[in-house]
Design a protein around this ligand. Structure first.
Ligand SMILES: Cc1cc2nc3c(=O)[nH]c(=O)nc-3n(C[C@H](O)[C@H](O)[C@H](O)COP(=O)(O)O)c2cc1C
Length: 267
């Protein structure tokens, strides 16, 4: 009688043992699901990126939004290429494996910026550019990734350019933490519709594209209405665009690309 009641008695050792087993089981379950879900997360991230790039090149509507047709359209029309930002040259490297955010934290793959209008602190040495071809095989849109500070955090997006690499087709933000109804209006289709046809560079080749508080004047090819009630985000967008299209950003690439394509050298 006293034997069996001793067996059922809770002891400190049994409680710790039980907690330990629960912890081990939970740890195994969490690691198992993390490992199992990783490929799905990677695939979803890639799909999201491809969707934004198609949107930036005006191909999303034609493609439709189901994942298979997005991947098929992307693979058919879009060529991703790595570039060295400082020289503007194409370089070897797998664009799918390239991770700008990881590179920007790595002191061997990025530069600390002295002049940092976009508020990014460090800039990856390399970037991926997306050449989007039409059915005849000619590059119709070049999509360039951008990143810069908004009010709350870094904002990531893409700029789609016509083949002159000056006329904007689209500005598509993909990832930001701005406030809904204020800075997050960068996602509003009505605001996005203000961009097509705007020009980045003035006649002297300076990137002068900007958001204008109170609204851009009719006929202002370099001005787009600022987001109302969100001057800080708007200023961030202006600084981001002017930075990325300067010599510190895609300037060298744009110069080389245009020079090579005017004599048919670069494909
Ligand atoms: C809770 C909260 C969230 C805000 N979010 C943003 C934002 O995302 N972007 C922004 O520019 N301003 C935001 N603001 C407003 C800014 O503090 C600032 O007032 C505004 O940018 C000024 O813009 P305006 O001159 O167009 O009114 C926020 C303010 C508050 C109180």
């Amino acid at each position: 009688m006293s034997d069996s009641s001793d067996k059922n008695k809770e002891t400190f050792g049994k409680t710790v043992g039980f907690v330990f087993i629960v912890c081990v089981v939970c740890a195994i379950l969490v690691s198992f699901s993390a490992v199992q879900l990783k490929p799905l997360q990677v695939a979803n991230k890639l799909l999201d990126q491809q969707t934004k790039i198609l949107e930036a090149s005006n191909l999303l509507e034609a493609s439709g939004k189901d994942p298979k047709s997005i991947v098929a359209t992307f693979n058919k029309y879009v060529e991703a290429k790595m570039i060295d930002l400082a020289s503007g040259e194409f370089i070897e490297g797998d664009p799918v494996l390239f991770d700008e955010r990881r590179n920007a934290r790595d002191s061997e793959k990025s530069e600390k910026l002295e002049n940092d209008p976009a508020g990014i602190s460090r800039q990856s040495n390399d970037a991926v550019v997306y050449l989007v071809r039409n059915d005849a095989g000619a590059v119709e849109t070049v999509v360039l990734p951008i990143v810069g500070s908004g009010l709350w955090d870094l904002m990531y997006g893409y700029v789609g350019l016509e083949a002159d690499l000056n006329t904007i087709r689209s500005v598509v933000y993909s990832d930001h933490r701005e406030t809904p109804g204020l800075g997050a209006e960068v996602m509003n289709p009505k605001w996005k519709a203000l961009w097509p046809g705007k020009k980045i560079y003035n006649d002297s080749g300076e990137p002068v594209i900007k958001l204008v508080k109170g609204g851009a004047k009719a006929g202002d090819v370099h001005g787009v209405d600022a987001l109302s009630g969100a001057t800080l985000t708007s200023n961030g967008v202006t600084r981001t665009l002017q930075f990325w299209f300067s010599k510190q950003g895609y300037g060298p690439f744009i110069e080389k690309y245009l020079a090579a394509n005017s004599n048919g050298g670069m494909k």
